[in-house]
Ligand binder design. Sequence first.
Ligand code: MG
Ligand code: MG
Length: 248
Amino acid sequence: MISIKSKREIELMIVAGNIVYETHKHLKPLIKPGVSLLELDSEAEKFIISKGAKPSFKNYEGFPNATCISVNEEVVHGIPSNRKLKKGDIVSIDIGADYKGYHGDSAWSYAVGLIDDDKKYLMEHTKKALYEGIKMVKPGNRIGDISHAIECYANDHDLGIVRELCGHGVGNHLHEEPDVPNYGFAHTGPILKEGMVIAIEPMLNLGTDDIVVEDNDWTITTLDRKPSAHFEHTVLVTKDGYQILTGE
Ligand code: MG
Ligand code: MG
């Protein structure tokens, strides 16, 4: 069952989404060589709480921190540690905020100082793949239209698509129906309707699409250890298109 949000629910989700966006903006200047992942996580947690929300990921299925922070070959679900970022790293920070029971969810990949051209290419085109997906959001289109647009864009740019993980509905649960895969066929899947809210989140790899789960049972890395990027927005289906709730 895909929930259609009421006006009141949408108002709360706009606030939740904006808190996530503001948290990303708060972290961005702190992402520099020498900063530890735990410092970034703690800043995010304090910031979210200062806005009257709670970090959605903390204790979610036992996840220990406020944010997921994944470096280089880590795809998603990195657990913040004392590891310090180095010049040339790329770091993906996934942030969720729960405002009065409603969630916003957005991940963004950032360059740490100067990065090489391969990583620039990966980040640029993973971000563009996200917006290719978002462009398909309007009532009457189907989830498969989003999936197909992302898949075509990733294939055209020779990037590996992580298939084991996907986007999802968002609401008073962080993860709701429907699944929003990053590959699929146009004109298939659930029909989008005004008032639905979905997180679209391509995870693309510079190399192979194969992944492994690390020994901590959370962190997912690329099998070939080549870098991966992750861009995600929470998006509301409006009367004639979409509204991005977690940024622009
Ligand atoms: Mg998500
Ligand atoms: Mg997320």
